[in-house]
Design a protein around this ligand. Structure first.
Ligand SMILES: *[C@@H]1O[C@H](CO)[C@@H](O)[C@H](O)[C@H]1NC(C)=O
Ligand SMILES: *[C@@H]1O[C@H](CO)[C@@H](O)[C@H](O)[C@H]1NC(C)=O
Length: 341
């Protein structure tokens, strides 16, 4: 039980927010090249087109607070990909961060990417206050709007949070088979207590709780998802998510942020991804920030969900042992970087 609640809370902390920070400086990442057998490299931005021929489309949100994490995540995706030059990134940013374009272009000169503005007003009126103010941040909800934000050339997309690194080829994750009636794939956790994600008011209202009557819902984390955007668009799933958010404003049916509407619409209807693709919780305990260990089994993706972020702990000189796995992907260039001298 304690573990289950723990898992629940971890999901929330991913989007902790802090006041504006000054422009960070990043060094240029090494260049990673396509191996033999890959499609031809995509032209790098500034072409800023959507490339139908991309091998993998990746969507991430970007904000100043988590930019260091996002840069490391991109770095890790490229480093472990067989065809890094055939990946297109789609970055959704909450408001135009003036230096985002050049920061990305300088750190990854060959990267094919597009930046999209996320209009906070899209969700502002739909967000009900949750147990943590950071969860109520509009950009947290951008993942529900990807099908509308990304152009139709992106048919399938891998959505990634900012506090993770891949240590395996993203094409394997992107290639997760989706049965023809399935829109979304993610690691599922059927041992988690699903009841606890919704309020007694929800469960005691038959018209609401019947939504799960025709399926076996399991918890999944929305930090790593493979989404068929064509099917999402055809099925109008953003509208369904918005309907639950509107209802939440009238009757409190859950306590968390953007996750429960995803569970309401998709739980029990997703394709399961191997757990190796979301070794979550490395951010640690929510209250004391205790270090966490890996879950048993193989690792393709390390996710620092939870209170602590590896860059914060490393800077503070109090890293957890696994933070050493994040450090090699860090691109932050500090003024006193020893490598510069
Ligand atoms: C990014 O920079 C490129 C080239 O400098 C430009 O063509 C493109 O429009 C810019 N994109 C955004 C979103 O500002
Ligand atoms: C699951 O959570 C609900 C509500 O939080 C609780 O009432 C129930 O006892 C839990 N079930 C198990 C098996 O732990």
């Amino acid at each position: 039980m304690a573990h289950r609640i723990h898992t629940l809370v971890i999901v929330l902390i991913v989007s902790a927010v802090s006041p504006a920070v000054s422009r960070p400086r990043f060094r240029e990442a090494p260049q990673f090249y396509n191996s033999a057998g890959c499609p031809p490299p995509l032209p790098p931005s500034p072409a800023a087109e959507c490339h139908r021929e991309a091998l993998v489309h990746v969507a991430m949100t970007l904000d100043v607070t988590y930019l260091r994490g996002s840069m490391a995540a991109i770095h890790s995706v490229l480093q472990h990909s067989s065809c890094p030059q055939s990946i297109q990134f789609h970055f959704v940013a909450s408001s135009r961060i003036p230096f985002l374009n050049s920061t990305l272009g300088n750190a990854f000169p060959m990267l094919a990417f597009k930046i999209y503005d996320f209009d906070d007003r899209l969700v502002a009126g739909r967000i009900s206050t949750s147990i943590r103010a950071a969860l109520d941040r509009p950009l947290n909800y951008a993942r529900s709007y990807l099908a509308g934000i990304l152009p139709s050339c992106a048919g399938r997309v891998v959505y990634l949070d900012s506090d993770l690194i891949l240590v395996d080829d993203i094409a394997r994750l992107a290639g997760t088979p989706l049965p023809s009636d399935v829109v979304l794939a993610a690691p599922e956790y059927c041992n988690a207590n699903f009841t606890s994600y919704f309020t007694p008011a929800f469960w005691s209202n038959p018209t609401l709780s019947l939504t799960f009557s025709d399926r076996k819902p399991c918890y999944f984390n929305t930090g790593v998802m493979v989404i068929d955007l064509d099917r999402w668009r055809a099925g109008g799933y953003t509208d369904q998510i918005e309907e639950w958010m509107d209802l939440q404003k009238k009757i409190r049916i859950y306590e968390l942020g953007s996750l429960p509407p995803f569970l309401l619409v998709f739980a029990g209807r997703i394709a399961a991804v191997e757990h190796r693709w979301n070794q979550h919780g490395l951010g640690g305990d929510n209250f004391r920030g205790l270090c966490r260990d890996l879950h048993p089994g193989p690792v393709s993706l390390l996710h620092w969900s939870g209170k602590g972020k590896p860059w914060v702990r490393l800077d503070a000189g109090r890293p957890c042992p696994l933070d050493a796995l994040w450090a090699p992907y860090d691109l932050l260039q500090t003024p006193f970087n020893i490598e510069d001298s």
